[in-house]
Design a protein around this ligand. Structure first.
Ligand code: KG4
Ligand code: ZN
Length: 359
């Protein structure tokens, strides 16, 4: 029997709600998907301001939920469940979304699904591509940079993560440093296309390391040092700095993913695909690098459409539906969580245990 689930996303700077349908055979369909970005509110600060984000979610969430229900032509009594991202993320925003979902669940006597935001990214290719387990996820956004083995619903093993900044955060910080507007990723990509990547010999972070972790802060410092040495910067300098930065990032991503895919195959056999998600996956040069990595590993590359790669309510609703189909519902006092490891309840193979230390 098909089930309908409402999903709510408020963990960062997008206020989003969606209704999806999951058929008995596991096929998914999006009935509505509304996303309101807060970019304009945060742009003057060059990054997301948690207090502003939480207030903006409060202002608009009820209207967005109502519109998502209306667009889908669905009534609350038809819902099989209501899902909200319960973390990880900015706690003020998480509380807004989760409390709203709890209120709907209580009033309409429907099950609550307190979804892990990272799990929602991880399960999206099953909504868009009906992808079979197990697959390897590369999640790169403003808040997260992870390589995850997705083995089943609720079965995730983190193969690599960043030890400092997230990839998108590094793009945003570089843009801010060079006086480019927020969000920095698309700006840096545009400037990089015009620049010469070989003018500077920036470090390639973590290259050759046996684990699959990322690090961006050393590269960021190297670019900052070069930029302050050359101040005042001309447009050509900015372009070359962006090109040099992006070239270093590309090599680092390829190397880290080669290792991640090797660890994956050693532990779990070959993946059905390499999946990319998160705003950074919009970058054309990074997509090119991912194609090469996937080709090298003889696996398919799956990148959900941009609107489903970045934060949205459909992915939360879908993760909720996948959990609901397995009977994995949550109690009404499920806590909002600023931090929430995707693989905290899974036994990690001994070989990978050293990649988990410290974070
Ligand atoms: O997934 P997302 O929309 O939101 C969250 O972070 O949750 O990702 C936004 C991040 C920002 O840091 C933005 O600068 C980065 O993704 N981004 C890009 C590009 N487009 C967006 N980074 C590099 N190149 C891009 N073209
Ligand atoms: Zn996200």
């Amino acid at each position: 029997m098909p089930i309908l689930v409402l999903g709510i996303e408020t963990t960062c700077d997008e206020t989003a709600a969606a209704v999806i349908e999951r058929a008995g055979d596991g096929q998914g369909r999006i009935l509505s998907n509304i996303v309101r970005s807060q970019i304009e509110e945060h742009a003057p600060f060059g990054g997301v301001v948690p207090e502003i984000a939480a207030r903006a979610h409060v202002d608009v969430l009820d209207g967005i939920v109502a519109n998502a229900m209306k667009d889908a032509s669905v009534t609350y009594s038809q819902l099989a469940g209501v899902a909200a991202a319960a973390g990880p993320g900015l706690i003020g925003g998480v509380i807004v979304g989760l409390t709203t979902a709890k209120a709907i669940a209580m009033v309409h006597n429907t099950p609550l699904l307190a979804v892990n935001h990272l799990e929602a990214h991880a399960l999206t290719p099953r909504l868009t591509n009906a992808l079979a387990f197990p697959y390897c996820l590369f999640l790169a956004s403003g808040g997260h940079t992870q390589i995850v083995a997705v083995l089943g619903v609720g079965k995730y093993v983190r193969l690599g993560t960043t030890v400092d900044d997230a990839l998108g955060e590094a793009f945003d910080k570089l843009a801010k440093m060079l006086g480019l507007p927020y969000p920095g990723g698309p700006q840096v990509e545009r400037a990089a296309v015009q620049g010469h990547a070989t003018r500077f010999g920036f470090p390639r972070p973590m290259m050759g390391r046996p684990d699959a972790n990322f690090s961006l802060s050393g590269l960021k410092t190297a670019v900052r040092n070069e930029a302050s040495r050359m101040t005042p910067l001309e447009q050509k300098d900015i372009n070359d700095l962006c090109a040099g930065f992006q070239a270093a990032v590309l090599e680092s991503i390829a190397d880290r993913l080669n290792v991640g895919l090797r660890l994956f195959t050693e532990q779990f056999g070959p993946p059905t695909a390499l999946v990319a998600a998160g705003g950074v996956a919009a970058n054309q040069a990074i997509r090119g690098a991912l194609r090469e990595v996937a080709g090298h590993a003889r696996t398919e590359l799956v990148i959900p459409p941009p609107a489903l790669c970045t934060d949205n309510g459909a992915m939360i609703a879908w993760a909720g539906a996948e959990r609901l189909a397995l009977g994995l519902t949550d109690v009404l006092d499920a806590p909002p969580r600023a931090r929430w490891r995707l693989d905290e309840n899974i036994e990690v193979p001994a070989k990978l245990a050293n990649t988990r230390a410290g974070f």
